[in-house]
Design a protein around this ligand. Structure first.
Ligand SMILES: C[S@@+](CC[C@H](N)C(=O)[O-])C[C@H]1O[C@@H](n2cnc3c(N)ncnc32)[C@H](O)[C@@H]1O
Ligand SMILES: O=c1cc(-c2ccc(O)cc2)oc2c(O)c(O)ccc12
Length: 229
């Protein structure tokens, strides 16, 4: 299903998905997307166009050691596992193991489970724990965050230390369906807290000298940060 989200044009979204994204989507990812479609939160899954960009970034930096905060049924996780080399490793963290178990048989069938260390936990203590060991500092090539939006700044503070200089930190949903650019009073009340958190996050990252940045308006808005110091 096409999702007009940011482009505001269902036809253009459909065009992009059907012309350049779906024809190149690996079969296991298609299968995982279909297996997740019946889930009440199926919209949580990383958008396939954002996924395509993510795979490109992983390849460009030849990522081997990655970390993911927010797994759900595993679309972005499987994408990463299919993209990094056979001896690559992904530390993947989520509080929801049931959702991960929906995608797990497909991950196993794709022959990439050995690259995954799934940690069933809130992410912050896991990141803090990793930082207890100095050896983990600057040891990751790539980090992907697609979890509780209110914590993005907390994740950034930890991940920027865990990712090496020259490595990438990628954040999903930074344009939050376009709400970040709307007057607050026009935004449904239940969406306001996350909208202000996302606005605050974007503003803070824009002023963070430790990273180069770019927002790609694919999916729901993907912020790419490159650690520079
Ligand atoms: C949008 S979904 C992730 C989608 C996933 N990247 C994909 O491609 O399918 C967000 C996930 O973040 C997880 N989550 C929320 N709060 C969390 C926290 N504090 N620590 C770890 N995971 C969390 C939720 O359980 C949910 O599975
Ligand atoms: O509508 C959502 C909500 C989330 C979300 C909310 C709270 C959490 O603790 C985690 C995730 O994430 C979304 C998402 O990643 C997306 O691509 C679309 C919509 C939502």
């Amino acid at each position: 299903m096409a999702n007009p989200k940011l482009l505001q044009s269902e036809d253009l979204s459909k065009y992009i998905l059907h012309t350049v994204v779906y024809p190149r989507e690996p079969e296991p990812l298609k299968e995982l997307r279909c297996a997740s479609a019946g889930h009440p939160f199926s919209f949580y899954g990383t958008d396939p166009d954002a996924g395509q960009l993510m795979a490109m970034l992983l390849k460009l930096i030849q990522a081997k050691r990655t970390i993911e905060v927010g797994v759900f049924t595993g679309y972005s996780l499987l994408l990463t596992a299919l993209t990094i080399p056979d001896d690559g490793k992904i530390t993947a963290i989520d509080i929801n193991k049931e959702a991960y178990e929906i995608g797990l048989p497909i991950i196993q069938k794709a022959g990439v489970e050995h690259k995954i260390n799934f940690i069933h936990s809130p992410a912050l203590p896991v990141l803090d724990n990793l930082l207890q060991d100095k050896e983990n500092e600057g040891s990751f090539d790539f980090a992907y965050v697609d979890a509780d939006k209110d914590n993005y700044l907390n994740y950034h503070e930890r991940l920027v230390k865990l990712v090496k200089i020259g490595g990438l930190l990628v954040y999903d949903n930074v344009l939050w369906g376009g709400f970040v650019a709307m007057p607050l009073e026009t935004i449904p009340e239940r969406k306001r807290k996350r909208t202000t958190a996302t606005m605050e996050f974007n503003k803070t990252i824009a002023a963070d000298p430790r990273v180069d940045i770019s927002i790609a308006p694919v999916g729901d808005g993907v912020l790419i940060c490159r650690r520079v110091m």
